[in-house]
Design a protein around this ligand. Sequence first.
Ligand SMILES: [Zn+2]
Length: 183
Amino acid sequence: MTAKGHILLAITPLIAINPDLYNNPYLIGASALGAVLPDIDEPHSYIGKRLYLISDLLHYIGIKHRTITHSLYFPAIFFILGILFNNIYLLAIGYGALLHLIGDSLTITGVPLFYPNKTYFNLLPEPLRFKTNGSVEYLIILILIVIDFYILRDHLHIPDDLFYKIFYLINSFFEFLKTPLSM
Ligand SMILES: [Zn+2]
């Protein structure tokens, strides 16, 4: 799944549970960070390009894409630290990372939840699994954006005009796709 898909997949359940979280940029930001963080194991990913010192180091010591950072141990570390330090932002990073694993488990490759055990887990039956950065993923992204607009309809101050709303939605979808996020 791409960074865009991961971020939307992590944020949507949060604001569905409590739309007011939309006004908490730190919590949303920490969840979004967690949602892209497992791909630090891939130097060409969105997060890998930004935290390239860490990403290059992981690559250098031989950590491959979709291995340890795509196991359940990765979000568990943040959950444990969050509980130990009573820190909601560490918990939010753990939550985002867990949703990342769920997102990648919808794709063809799947995720090695119990790495170094090399069994890759998939949440979907084989015919429904999709390719990262493929058209099915973009359909999912569009659906998530529609859901987010619906949840945030009172927060976004969009004029009460159906055609304007549709225009706004389509425009936002393409603006979102243009943002330089990959993997
Ligand atoms: Zn991933």
